[in-house]
Ligand binder design. Structure first.
Ligand code: NAG
Length: 359
């Protein structure tokens, strides 16, 4: 401490010498240091200057006293600092204890950390597995996205098809509506046709009933109409001669006589109903030596006369006539006077007749 103060004084005096631009030799308790030994000119200093030096010395002494006070203060401060240092040491010991405790804790934490690291390792393994799964899922996702894209394309195509189908369906609906209209029109026509046909059917039924009635009447008429037809041969006994008078021929060989209107006894046909009758005949002569004649009569009135002449061979006369007769009218054949006819089992001469229709 004392050395420090001496150093301070020396520094101060050096500063004062430079200020006054003079060489001053300072006599202090620190002459042993030899700090002022260099100043060989100090001996030559003037008396006035020495007065100043005393003044400066006093000032220095004051300063030294101030420094001593400061030193005391510093010692006080030092003691307090030492106290503080002790406190700090105590605190340091406490801190050390806390440090040990903290280190213990850190040890525990480290063990926990190791355990955590183990867990982290396990978790990383899990994480790796999950990453692998994630990659697989990403791959599958890519595939799925491709599929989704394809499905979208298909969907678009299907929507187009759907639109086409809708259009077709609409066309079909329209066509169906048109067909419905036509069907309705056709049904109306059918209804009209039914009405017309029913009317026609009614008319036809009426006509059928009338026709059936007519048929019944005709059947009745036919049933009621007599069936009249006859044919008869003249004779088996050769020549028939009239002599001097006209002879009424009797065809005695009945071939047919439905209705019994012809009499093989008298040779007369008698009309059973009013109507039109047809008569015909064939007569023969052989060998002809004269004119052959034949007449047909309705009642007393002659209707026809046929004649022929042949000098050799057979002679045939044939004829026919339709006659309208009233009930009871008679028809027969006559041989004029002086004539003859020939017949035998061959039936060369025949007389036939039948009812054409009643009137
Ligand atoms: C002529 O008529 C009679 C009587 O009907 C008949 O029996 C006979 O066989 C007929 N003769 C000939 C040749 O057909």
């Amino acid at each position: 401490m004392r050395a420090a103060i001496t150093l301070l004084v020396l520094l101060f005096s050096m500063c004062g010498a430079q200020t006054r631009s003079t060489q001053t030799e300072v006599q202090t308790e620190s002459q042993s240091t030899g700090a002022a030994a260099d100043d060989d000119d100090a001996a030559a200093a003037e008396v006035s200057t020495q007065l100043d030096i005393y003044a400066e010395l006093r000032a220095l002494r004051d300063m030294v006293e101030e420094q001593g006070d400061m030193l005391v203060e510093q010692q006080t401060t030092l003691r307090s600092t030492q106290d503080e240092l002790k406190k700090m040491e105590a605190e340091n010991a406490a801190v050390k204890e806390r440090l040990v405790a903290s280190e213990t804790k850190v040890g525990a934490l480290e063990r926990g950390l190791v355990a955590s690291e183990t867990k982290v390792g396990a978790l990383e393994t899990v994480n790796d597995a999950q990453e692998a799964e994630l990659k697989a899922m990403a791959t599958r996702l890519a595939v799925s996205e491709t599929e989704v894209a394809n499905l979208r394309k298909e969907n678009t195509a299907q929507q187009t098809q759907l639109t086409n189908i809708k259009t077709e369906v609409m066309n079909l609906i329209n066509a169906n509506a048109a067909q419905d209209s036509r069907i309705s029109a056709s049904e109306a026509e059918v209804e009209n046709l039914k009405i017309v046909q029913e009317a026609e059917l009614t008319a036809v039924k009426t006509r059928l009933a009338v026709t059936e009635m007519e048929v019944q009447n005709l059947e009745k008429k036919i049933t009621e109409t007599p069936k009249v037809a006859f044919s008869a041969g003249l004779t088996n006994s050769g020549y028939i001669q009239s002599g001097n008078t006209e002879l009424n021929l009797v065809f005695t060989k009945v071939i047919t006589n439905v209705g019994q209107a012809y009499s093989s006894t008298t040779g007369f046909f008698t009309a059973p109903v009013r109507g039109v009758y047809y008569f015909r005949f064939t007569v023969m002569d052989y060998p002809s030596s004269a004119y052959a004649h034949i007449k047909i009569f309705r009642n007393v009135k002659q209707v026809m006369l046929l004649a022929d002449y042949e000098s050799q061979g057979h002679l045939y006369l044939s004829g026919g006539v339709a006659l309208q007769l009233e009930v009871g009218d008679v028809v027969n054949l006559r041989l004029p006077a002086g004539c003859r006819l020939l017949d035998d089992s061959n039936n060369h001469s025949t007389f036939s007749g039948f009812l054409l229709f009643p009137l």
